[in-house]
Design a protein around this ligand. Structure first.
Ligand code: CUK
Ligand code: CUA
Length: 672
């Protein structure tokens, strides 16, 4: 079958290839059935070629998997490449009923609750039920994706999530107790020892008040380094720390790698310390764009981690914070001027350069990490108004590459090209790296070509394009505006992911496919080779996903003490007002199928799907109780609630699992 499909593709492609000289001739070059279809549908040769490059026949699997931020949905979307098919959404910060996330399953309630944080200054946190997710980060080993974990930030509430890629399930949410918002996260260090969460808008520490008149003295910037404990599969909050920074608006960060490993680079805006119209007489838009340059922050993370471990921190809201003065005294923080209103901070695969674009500048600025480290060692007497040492731009800058209007983010391929999104030009710019990486036949640090995209691209993602070993092949332009690309779904339109073929180098860089994303505004994504992922196909029977730790853990250790492994163990027991139900779930019945309680009883309901068949998922809902649970094969879940509502409730399976799915039900009776 596979051979036939390949043969068909070769034949079709051959037919198309014979007449590539005319892009718009209605597929006139193809012959036979393919030509007839192209003709009938008005497809050009380029259309047919793009279709052949992206079509993945039924039963075949995509070569790459993209994890895209779900933006305001607070989720992560899993998308196959090149087909651009949406495979799944992962519930992260937002309750999601299909996955039974936040609808009664105790383990998911606990995960969501972890994201609310603790009381600060005696104020209990408000339940947070949405997030503004921006930057997903795959875990890395020696700078390469290892396919184990995924992290993502919530800009709106300064939170981080840990997702395990064995079951594509969220294991932990943490809320930064010091920051109010974040942006430059998540990015990981080359062995995922640290997860970087850069700040954004200057504020006083969370829970504290200061007037904007006191901006310079009482407001602060922040970057937080979360310690990832790979064995536990969780963030270790007690070993994590933040660094207090001047109240500039820190933006995106990236971790150094190879020669620059141990350093972290964050760009910033609002070095003007603008406080808006009311206080400084100018709206933020103008007030933050007055200076010709802002500051690239270079942070010596290795040294900062030593200082933090050695007790060089203060406690702010119970969290370790290195005060700004300590960072200055210990040489943890250096600034380098960067062009007006910068965005993006992207380290090249060899770790030798950091690319920072200026939104209001036409260049990508390439800083040499080796020059930066040398300048730090040489020392400087220049400082900013807070006393932070400022290195000279000319000592650190390697190149300025003129790209076009509104350059934002940069990714890399395996041929020595860099790719930068041009927001205002609505284009992807391909340019050549210098140093040892210059592509064959190209001059170093030169714009090579641009491909128009529709429209106003934000981030872009290339296959493994931020690792030490990018794959090239594919790039996705993550466009903010769709306008005329899709059927207009009212005034609110989907975002447009456009798949771009970057395999050929030089001036060839065609768009292959438009894919609408109608679920929140994705910002960033990461694309990993599919064969690097090793997802579980079923859970070992009785697994509580909340007990899953690191990948070295014996799977038996994640078997729930509440697992009900056989129908013989199933049943209902009562202890005073506490009623415990031990229930098995299997096609197509629940055991027991009758649960009788009295109004006011406290109900503890353990359910185990004892199936071992892939995709044999069952659901469980109790009408009127806002409970819905997903039980994938092998999973154990506990639901706990007070039987406040009297009546007769037909609980049932919400997943169409078998021919007798409709019969998969039972009665929960609550006697007044
Ligand atoms: S930001 Cu959205 S386009 Cu949050 Cu990475 Cu640049
Ligand atoms: Cu089980 Cu439907």
């Amino acid at each position: 079958m596979k051979f036939l499909a390949v043969l068909a593709a070769v034949v079709l492609f051959g037919l198309v290839a014979v007449s590539c000289n005319d892009d718009d001739d209605g597929g006139g070059g193809a012959t036979g059935a393919a030509a007839d279809i192209a003709e009938e549908r008005g497809l050009s040769d380029a259309d047919v070629a793009a279709a052949l490059k992206t079509y993945v026949p039924s039963g075949q699997i995509d070569e790459y998997i993209t994890f895209a931020s779900g933006g305001q949905s607070g989720q992560v979307h899993v998308i196959g490449v090149p087909s651009m098919r949406l495979l799944r959404t992962i519930a992260v910060f937002t309750p999601e009923p299909w996955q039974g996330y936040g609808y009664g399953a105790m383990e998911t309630e606990a995960t969501l609750d972890g994201g609310n944080g603790e009381a600060i200054n005696g104020q209990e946190p408000i339940d947070l039920n949405w997030a503004d997710t921006h930057h997903p980060a795959l875990s890395e080993t020696e700078g390469d994706y290892d396919g184990q974990f995924l992290f993502i930030n919530d800009k709106a509430n300064s939170r981080l999530a840990v997702i395990d890629l064995r079951d594509f399930a969220t294991k932990q949410l943490v809320r930064n107790p010091v920051a109010v918002v974040d942006h430059g996260g998540t990015f990981v260090t080359p062995n995922t020892d640290w997860i970087i969460e850069g700040g954004q808008y200057g504020t006083p520490p969370q829970g504290e008040f200061a007037s904007l008149d006191q901006y310079k003295d009482e407001y602060q910037g922040l970057v937080t380094f979360w310690k990832f404990d790979r064995a536990a599969g969780r963030i270790d909050e007690a070993s994590s720390f933040a660094m207090q920074l001047p109240p500039y608006w820190q933006d995106l960060c990236d971790s150094g790698k190879l020669v620059s490993e141990g350093w972290v680079f964050c760009n910033s805006i609002n070095t003007e310390l603008s406080t808006g119209m009311t206080h400084s007489g100018e709206q933020f838009e103008a007030g933050t764009a007055a200076n010709e340059t802002d500051y690239l922050h270079a942070i010596n993370l290795n040294k900062a981690a030593e200082i933090a471990a050695g007790g060089g921190t203060e406690q702010v809201n119970g969290f370790n914070v290195i005060p700004l003065q300590t960072s200055i005294d210990e040489g943890l923080l250096y600034f380098v001027p960067e062009p007006k209103s910068p965005h993006g901070s992207d380290v090249t695969p060899d770790g030798k350069y950091v690319v920072v674009s200026g939104k209001l500048d036409t260049h990508a600025n390439v800083y040499s990490t080796e020059k930066l480290i040398a300048a730090v060692e040489a020392g400087t007497s220049d400082t900013d108004e807070f006393g932070v040492p400022v290195l000279k731009m000319e000592d650190v800058l390697e190149a300025q590459v003129e790209l076009g209007l509104g350059p934002l983010h940069t990714q890399f391929d395996n041929q020595g090209y860099a790719y930068t999104s041009l927001f205002l030009d609505s284009a992807v710019a391909r340019w050549s790296l210098g140093g040892d990486s210059t592509p064959e036949g190209q001059e170093p640090w030169q714009l090579v070509t641009t491909t128009p995209v529709q429209y106003n691209i934000g981030h872009l993602v290339a296959a493994e394009g931020d690792t030490v070993e990018p794959d090239g092949r594919y790039l996705i332009a993550m466009n903010k505006w769709a306008i005329d690309r899709f059927f207009p779904t009212g005034p609110l339109l989907p975002q447009n992911f456009q798949l771009v073929d970057i395999s050929q180098g030089g001036e060839t860089m065609p768009v292959l496919y438009d894919s609408p994303i109608g679920v929140g505004e994705p910002h960033y994504a990461q694309m990993i080779k599919a064969d690097k992922l090793q997802p579980w196909l079923v859970y070992p029977v009785g697994t509580d996903p909340g007990l899953m730790a690191g990948w070295d853990q014996d799977p038996a250790a994640a078997i729930s003490p509440n697992a009900v492994l056989t129908e013989q163990e199933a049943g209902v027991t009562r202890d005073g007002k506490d009623v415990t139900i031990n229930m098995t779930v299997v096609r197509s019945h629940y055991t027991p199928d009758l649960v009788e309680v009295k109004q006011g009883d406290h109900v503890i309901w353990h359910l185990t799907n004892i199936e071992t068949t892939q995709d044999a998922t069952h659901g469980f809902t109790i009408p009127g109780y806002d409970i819905n649970v997903s039980l994938e094969a092998g999973k154990t879940v506990t639901v706990e609630f007070d039987a406040t509502q009297a009546g007769v409730f037909s609980f049932y399976c919400t997943e169409f699992c078998s021919a007798l799915h409709l019969e998969m039900m039972g009665y929960f009776t609550v006697e007044p």
